[in-house]
Design a protein around this ligand. Sequence first.
Ligand SMILES: Nc1nc2c(c(=O)[nH]1)N[C@H]1C(S)=C(S)[C@@H](COP(=O)(O)O)O[C@H]1N2
Ligand SMILES: [Mo]
Length: 221
Amino acid sequence: MTLPPGQRALDNFPRFGTHLHHPPPPIPDHPTIEITGPLPTPLTLTTADLAQLPRREQDADFHCVAGWSATGLRWAGTPFEPLYRTLVAPLLDPTAPITHISFTGLDGYYSIAHLDDALAADVLIADHLDGHPLTPDHGAPLRLVSPSQYGYISTKHLSRITFHTTEPPVPDRWSPIAGHPRARVWHEERNRYLSGRLVRPLYHRLIEPIRKLSAKGSTTA
Ligand SMILES: Nc1nc2c(c(=O)[nH]1)N[C@H]1C(S)=C(S)[C@@H](COP(=O)(O)O)O[C@H]1N2
Ligand SMILES: [Mo]
């Protein structure tokens, strides 16, 4: 098994992120994803709308920018690219091309991806992990999964997708560590300003303290 540069395999998949001092947000009775941006009107997708779109199961490893990887995960859900092509692209103004997409979670977290990265064939709106509905720890009811990018792009508890024609401001929570805007794991794009190789040992040192926090805030651990 080959991991991207600077990653170490864990034998489990921890709850991780910038939100560990809070429990995961409650799962809504009727989950929706709001689609906003330069559209004539915003769209609200229900799980029934998502069920009309193609579905895919996909095996992938998950790589956190801090340097841990969870291997052999099996995700299932709606591939993002056909959702974009069929529901969103026809409503867009062709003279104002989309450059970035932001993904917001019910906990207020959000990530920003370049359009091209978000439209990669392996990007899913997942609702299942390893044959079971997503747990709150791992992003219930729906989460983005972009396995070719560091985990901070893969917003959990996904509730809003916003299309942008210029790069939106970096989320506050990420500005101190300046996550790389592309976050491609095979390019080791960990940091916006510093080389991934250089920050690697520093980031590795964050893993254990963050995992300890995770054990406290998690609903299952
Ligand atoms: N809503 C939300 N999504 C999030 C985060 C978060 O704090 N809140 N953290 C991100 C980070 S940094 C990582 S590594 C992964 C962790 O996913 P996991 O908790 O399923 O391991 O979620 C990402 N998505
Ligand atoms: Mo992360």
